[in-house]
Design a protein around this ligand. Structure first.
Ligand code: ATP
Length: 293
């Protein structure tokens, strides 16, 4: 009886902080029933993470197309940053990979298999998503980390916490991993919440990672710790970064500039600056012209 009330409490607590996330969640809940497993859908495991968009066109229901005829190949293990003006469709493009929405035309394949032929559950198990709004529930830190892998051992949970730079915080807490968080427990800061979500993904260990970069200002120390944890997390995984601040993505293997017209340009940070196109202009706007050769 108490559980549903606790859940409502959590929602109420999250409400003012996370209206944007809440709206996104509602829109997901609205649209998700449209995405169904095909009768012959297969379970996928141990994908390498070779992702290909072929002539992909997509628009939200009753809206004009957001993405038109997108062709993009992301090699297994590659780190690809998506940049571009707000509303160009970066988040939308990423949300098509876990198949949160059904595309209108074209195909998206992972390791050569059309994602529509995969069960959604097994597809989403292969993908880790780090977002600004972290979903945490009332429970211990241990339970919250192990959320993505319920059979995790103590050592695996500690290792994930270490990788996510959570260890100093855990050592400072008398109950360590058993500390209660949420409504009736410890309130975590934005940076701590984010590191906890990173620990979750270390534990889940998916071959594909989607990072929706935080725009909110964290203090420099936290920022650095999170940046390092994310860099470790993206190693040996196919990583898509939705970048809002260009400073953090200079080391991406490739940068793709998305505009309302589609993919405008792609290349390394240096090559894009030198070409003097959209990226160079965005860069100049963020850093001042000093960084543009
Ligand atoms: P930002 O940098 O601001 O996050 P973005 O490049 O990630 O922007 P998207 O969030 O993918 O852009 O949005 C692309 C377009 O799709 C926008 O016009 C947006 O208003 C619209 N859009 C996004 N989500 C939905 C939705 N659930 N329903 C209808 N339209 C949506």
């Amino acid at each position: 009886f108490l559980r549903p009330i606790e859940k409502i409490n959590v929602l109420l607590e999250m409400y003012p902080k996370g209206m944007a996330g809440f709206r996104r969640l509602c829109s997901l809940l609205d649209t998700e029933p449209d995405v169904k497993d095909s009768p012959d859908a297969v379970e996928v495991r141990n994908l390498k993470g070779n992702i290909a968009f072929r002539s992909v066109t997509f628009g939200y229901e009753n809206h004009a197309h957001v993405l038109k005829n997108i062709n993009l190949h992301i090699r297994a293990g590659e780190t690809l940053a998506l940049v571009g003006p707000s509303g160009a469709g970066k988040s939308t493009l990423c949300s098509l990979i876990p198949r949160f929405y059904e595309i209108d035309e074209g195909e998206i394949t992972i390791d050569g298999i059309d994602i529509r032929r995969m069960t959604q559950h097994s597809l989403r198990n292969q993908i880790g998503i780090v977002q600004q709004d972290v979903f945490l529930f009332n429970g211990t830190i241990r339970e919250n980390i192990a959320y993505g892998k319920l059979d995790a051992t103590e050592e695996q949970i500690w290792e994930a916490a270490r990788q996510a730079h959570l260890e100093p915080m855990l050592q400072a807490l008398p109950d360590g991993l058993d500390t209660l968080i949420g409504q009736r427990g410890l309130k975590l800061s934005g940076g701590q919440r984010q590191r906890l979500s990173i620990a979750r993904i270390f534990l889940k260990n998916p071959p594909i990672l989607i990072l929706d970069e935080a725009t909110s200002a964290l203090d420099t120390e936290t920022e650095l710790a999170i940046q390092q944890a994310l860099e470790r997390l993206s190693r040996n995984r196919t990583t898509l970064i939705i970048a809002h601040r260009l400073a953090t993505i200079r080391h991406a293997d490739r940068i793709v500039v998305v505009t309302e017209e589609g993919i405008a340009e792609e290349g390394s940070h240096e090559a894009l600056l030198a070409s003097g196109g959209v990226y160079a202009r965005l860069s100049a706007a963020q850093f001042g012209t000093a960084l543009v050769p």
